[in-house]
Design a protein around this ligand. Structure first.
Ligand code: SAH
Length: 459
């Protein structure tokens, strides 16, 4: 190591920044996160820095002196002028300060790392200047691993530390903290329920024992296919999961993001039928969670959209297992994005309908006339195989078959296909265009519908 990482004590100290432009402002933003007093040395400050002085978050000094730098935690130099940078550096060294001259590595005693800030949890990344792009990549990865409010839990733990020392026997204290950061308190915090986390920890302290790490179930939206359409929360849960039960439509690239040693179980649900009956899925996810496992039930798109979540939620709740839903990008959103437009259009389609063509066996067919009216954008899921029947019933209901339909299959993936035609031509176009499942059909009925002149245009 050419450089050695240390965390500097900032409370009760001051930091000097020499310079009044954007580079000085960048350093000021960093230092403002700390408890240090900020001294700006420049005859003129840019608007951002001037505002800091006006709001008393920094003080301004017009000329530099050795005295002001004595005892400074750090001195940053960013004057934008070589001569002035060197002069400031010389004075700072005379004051015995640790100096960083922006963009002049030869004049730096210390460099600023890439930071992942979950104060008081701070991750500092350095490649010693060899690969800044790599440092940024590492930072992005770490950012996704740490929940946005992780710092709150760490701060809470810090506050409760004396209580824990008093009530939890030393021999098991490590397990207690493991329970806090791996168990229900961390899960509560990740859901944004810091109060629940605090309540759990305090109850456990009162009991004077370490808590048990329980299993949990997360019904996680895998999105439409593209792995980078996953939410950060989904990614984190995939990386923490002990076991993942996934559907047929979950893209392989999403599964690749799971922890290497997580068990993966394909439950192979098909549209309208499933190789694993729903009852069996419910039973196995609950059984795995009962063994203390972190279970991820990975479903395509948004789990709450035609994803039969209620059955799995009910089972988990009946078994007393903590269960959460992690929303995902639903197929209709991905399809509209692929078409380069919104799902709704202000003043034209002010209502959005998500409908499935595959209802419960025995249920009446969907009432398309009731769903598709002027001013509506309709997204039909699981409709490709039934397109003929859908169009027949739309026609019978008096829906103009001159409306435009867009079909997007495998939206967001490299295999994506798009097709555009008049409603009247949809069944034939689907046959000719070889659009395969999974696909969504989007039909908009603008308030002022204008019939499409040509009958069948492949997009
Ligand atoms: N929960 C999912 C929907 C599950 S139902 C979601 O929110 O997207 C399965 C249907 O979703 C498929 O038949 C198809 O209509 C649609 N679908 C899922 N993934 C899709 C994709 N990548 N492109 C287009 N349609 C998709």
């Amino acid at each position: 190591m050419k450089t050695f990482p240390m965390f500097l004590q900032m409370a009760g100290r001051h930091v000097v920044i020499v310079g009044g432009g954007e580079q000085a402002a960048q350093k000021a933003r960093l230092i403002l996160k700390t408890e240090a007093r900020l001294v700006l040395v420049a005859p003129e400050l840019d608007a951002e820095l001037a505002a800091l002085v006006a709001t008393k978050r920094a003080e301004q000094v017009a000329t530099l002196s050795v005295d002001m730098m004595r005892g400074a935690a750090l001195v940053f130099v960013a004057t934008g002028c070589v001569g002035a940078d060197y002069a400031a550096h010389t004075l700072a060294k005379a004051a015995g300060a640790v100096v960083n001259v922006v963009d002049r590595p030869a004049l730096c005693d210390a460099t600023t790392p890439s930071l992942v800030d979950r104060d008081p949890v701070i991750v500092a990344i350095s490649t010693e200047g060899t690969a800044p792009v790599l440092a940024r990549q590492i930072k992005s990865k770490v950012e996704t691993m740490l929940e946005p409010n992780l710092g709150d839990l760490a701060a809470l733990a810090g506050r409760l530390r004396p209580e824990v020392s008093r009530h939890i026997p030393q021999a098991v204290r490590r397990f207690f903290w493991d329970w806090v950061f791996n168990g229900p308190p961390r899960q509560a915090m990740a859901r944004g329920a810091l109060r629940d986390a605090a309540r759990l920890i305090k109850a456990q302290i009162a009991e004077g024992t370490t808590g048990k790490i329980e299993g949990s179930i997360a019904l996680v939206g895998a999105g439409p296919g593209a792995a980078d359409l996953l939410t950060l929360r989904a990614l984190r849960l995939l990386q923490e999961a002990d076991i993942i039960y996934y559907d047929r439509l979950v893209d392989a690239s999403v599964l690749e993001l799971a922890r290497r040693d997580a068990e993966r179980v394909f439950v192979g649900k098909e549209v309208g039928a499933c190789s694993w009956p729903q009852d069996r899925i419910n039973a196995v996810i609950v059984a795995a969670a009962r063994q203390g496992k972190k279970v991820v039930r990975l479903k395509s798109g948004d789990p709450g959209v035609f994803g039969r979540v209620s059955e799995e939620l009910d089972c988990a709740r009946a078994a007393g297992i903590p269960v959460e839903i992690v929303p995902g990008v639903t197929a209709a959103s991905a399809a509209a994005a692929s078409l380069g437009r919104g799902l709704t259009e202000r003043g034209s389609t002010d209502r959005l309908m998500l409908a499935t063509a595959a209802c419960k066996p025995g249920d009446a067919d969907p009432d398309w006339a009731q769903m598709l009216q002027p001013g509506t954008a309709l997204a039909i899921y699981m409709g490709v195989a039934k397109a003929g029947a859908i169009i027949d019933s739309m026609q019978a209901a008096g829906i103009p078959l001159s409306l435009t339909a867009d079909v997007v299959s495998q939206a967001s993936t490299a295999r994506e296909k798009r097709l555009r035609c008049r409603l009247a031509d949809l069944p034939a176009a689907l046959r000719d265009g070889q659009v395969e499942n999974p696909a969504v059909i989007l039909v908009s009925w603008p308030k002022t519908h204008i019939a499409m002149p040509s009958s069948n245009v492949a997009a």
